[in-house]
Design a protein around this ligand. Structure first.
Ligand SMILES: Cc1cc2nc3c(=O)[nH]c(=O)nc-3n(C[C@H](O)[C@H](O)[C@H](O)COP(=O)(O)OP(=O)(O)OC[C@H]3O[C@@H](n4cnc5c(N)ncnc54)[C@H](O)[C@@H]3O)c2cc1C
Length: 303
């Protein structure tokens, strides 16, 4: 039956946890409703609902108007909502994988990933496969057909999406040129990536440096790299208003990608802001070929 809403709430349970690396845990969620889940791109985002501050489990009802009821709940009893990425969906088996960065017990999501056990209940807002209209959203990886060169920059939170992007490109008959920069906590957090002649992946390992600022290594590495881009507007004064990343979400999306170049950059907001300034103002890369996304903010809880 066709659905009028692109997203719906799914009641699922934790099937298994797989430690992918010291700081990355794969959570496999399951349940028959997952057979009706969809994913439209490798960076498909979903919302997960974690226990509220008073410890109570998320039990949002599926009925229409659930979001308004959720917002109206007392803060202590309202489930903590956080954004994650579908890494793999096996709808026919009723299973979905979400890869969690383990950053300790400071946030409800990371805490849940550390403590949860098979059988624990969870609610997830994800695309509904019965939604048939064209413009299902919740993803930004929309490369142009004439894709020639990709710049992919991700910290650990954006790695699930970036790995999915690499998987998708690797499956093409002629994958494009890709320069990837991935910042992770330790050497053990490097994941295995596909391989093709035009792919260059630079892993940036935080614990091998004295760097303490999240995202600083990826900013530095991109600044040092020779980027295969046209310098058409370099040197011209480009207007670029700052985004107040402590108030607003940094989310700037590509629309056209002139000359086949496409950038996908996601991670800690201040690092993405710094790359935005560098890529647009110093390198002269057209804004319309860049996705610049703050996935989290240092010292600020997500929502
Ligand atoms: C579109 C999108 C897709 C995302 N996909 C994923 C994904 O697939 N996997 C994933 O792990 N994350 C992903 N994230 C990031 C995730 O939503 C945030 O990291 C979120 O803040 C984690 O919630 P929390 O409850 O653990 O911590 P919060 O309660 O949000 O924050 C508590 C404290 O922890 C800090 N913090 C939050 N995240 C991190 C971190 N990664 N490292 C260090 N400190 C941190 C905050 O600054 C804050 O001080 C995604 C974000 C977006 C916007």
């Amino acid at each position: 039956m066709a659905s009028a809403n692109p997203y719906k709430l799914f009641d699922v349970t934790l099937l298994r946890k797989t430690q992918l690396s010291p700081h990355m845990m794969r959570i496999t969620l399951c349940g028959s409703p997952v057979e009706e889940m969809a994913t439209w791109a490798p960076d498909q985002r979903v919302k997960l609902f974690f226990p509220a501050a008073d410890g109570s489990q998320s039990r949002l009802s599926q009925e229409e108007g659930w979001y308004a009821r959720f917002r109206a709940m007392l803060a202590d009893r309202r489930p903590a909502m956080r954004t994650y990425t579908i890494r793999h969906l096996r709808a026919e088996q009723g299973e979905v994988d979400i890869d969690f960065v383990l950053h300790g017990e400071t946030g409800p999501a990371s805490r849940w990933a550390l403590r949860a056990q098979p059988g624990d209940a969870m609610q997830i807002l994800a695309p509904d496969s019965h939604f048939t209209a064209q413009q299902a959203g919740g993803f930004e990886w929309k490369p142009p057909q004439t894709l020639k060169q990709v710049l992919l920059v991700a910290d650990a939170t954006a790695l699930p999406a970036a790995m999915g992007i690499l998987d998708e490109l690797a499956a093409l008959a002629e994958p494009s040129q890709v320069q990837a920069f991935f910042e992770v906590e330790s050497a053990g957090d490097m994941l295995s990536v596909p391989d093709w002649p035009g792919l260059s992946v630079k892993w940036l390992i935080r614990d091998q440096t004295s760097e303490t600022i999240a995202g600083a290594l990826m900013v530095e590495a991109v600044r040092e790299a020779t980027l295969p881009v046209h310098q058409s507007s370099a040197g011209r004064a480009i207007e670029l208003a700052d985004v107040d990343i402590d108030k607003d979400i940094l989310w700037e999306i590509a629309d056209t990608a002139p000359e086949g170049f496409y950038g996908w950059v996601a991670g800690e907001s201040a690092a993405v802001m710094s790359l935005r300034r560098y890529l647009i103002k110093e390198c002269g890369i057209p804004r319309e070929s860049l996705n610049l996304m703050g996935y989290w903010r240092y010292n600020k809880a997500g929502s």
